[in-house]
Ligand binder design. Sequence first.
Ligand SMILES: Cc1ncc(COP(=O)(O)O)c(C=O)c1O
Length: 400
Amino acid sequence: MKLQDALKKVSSGISMHVPGHKNNTIGFLSDIKIDYDLTEVPGLDNLHEPEDVLKELNDTLGSPYNRYAQLVVNGSTTGMLASIHALNHQNNNFFYIDDAHKSLYNGLSLLDKTPLEFRLSHIKKGDVVVITSPTYYGDVLDVKDTITDVKQRGGYVIVDEAHGAHFSMTENFPSSLIDSDADVVIQSYHKMLPSLTGASVTFVKDKSIHDRMMHYINIIETSSPNYLVMASIESALHFYNSYNDEIFFEKRAELIEHLKQNNIVVETVDDPAKLVLSIEGFSPYDLEKSLRDVHIYSEMVSERGVLWCLPLWHDNDRYPFEQLLEALRNLTVKELDEITIDISELHGKRAVETITPYPPGVPLILAGEVIDINRLDEFVKKNVKIEGLRKNLEYYNIEV
Ligand SMILES: Cc1ncc(COP(=O)(O)O)c(C=O)c1O
């Protein structure tokens, strides 16, 4: 069973990546039994028209913020697609602030639209602004005033807070924009909180927008929602509401100190649960691979550095912290062999498929744009997964 063997191998490593349960060492997911993998039998409500236990959970999620909440089992991607469709009109435009996830581009491509770079003066009634905050790297945008300005102009705001479901958990984490005037806030519970992959929640201010979103969620989302994922949102909510951050900040400080002692340069960002690592004399790609060699799996790597999503350590967690420190002691960083794939024949051709290094999933060259291979060079050399590249090579019959 090759897939299970591969899963066994990676899950026995040390996780510095999503999902937030870190190989089930953080949070309370063991309380959820596989037996709970059920379907909409009487007593279990129906996610597409929640009226009973699922409505109660939605209400518990949304009521502290006066928002209509909806559990989503297909990730924030579903929330993005549904909100884009719900707020689309024949004559409105969509704008983005900061690098948007591919779900924005994909959602709009279904409507024959492309997102435009945000300029407040360009916003007219009915336009939609999509804000990605925090970014993948944990940078938080100062956008509360912008949201108010957009609303004053009659625009709508969607906040893609996929990476910020743990925000406002205590006063030592950044504030969530769930308290802002944004019309829609979408959070991937699975990324930073201990819940199962796919677990997300949409939070909407206005009932009519929520209802329109439900229409699209019900079109896009599976008709057989996974109860384990839904139960994991309830579990993560309990985790969120009862979290004491003392242990987290103690361990974080110890880890940062340990990394520095091992000559690793640590960039801290707005989100304390993210660290960006680098090391002098080597590229971040070398560092990421060398970390993997001592069984530490990172979230992402780019020229900026190796991104770690820290575990939300807590009392009685099962995270292998000592093993992590030991692995770092054994770390020897080596230079990677660069991959030499010649994609020069693609240069100047029109992309037939959007080209997206993944992660982070931010499109680099959109379908229809002219391909500049210099923008892809770094990713190709370092063997980063680039979605859409193969399709373009095939289309132009380029063999590599
Ligand atoms: C900024 C951002 N938004 C949305 C998404 C989609 O989230 P999900 O994986 O929950 O569908 C991602 C995924 O990486 C993301 O980085």
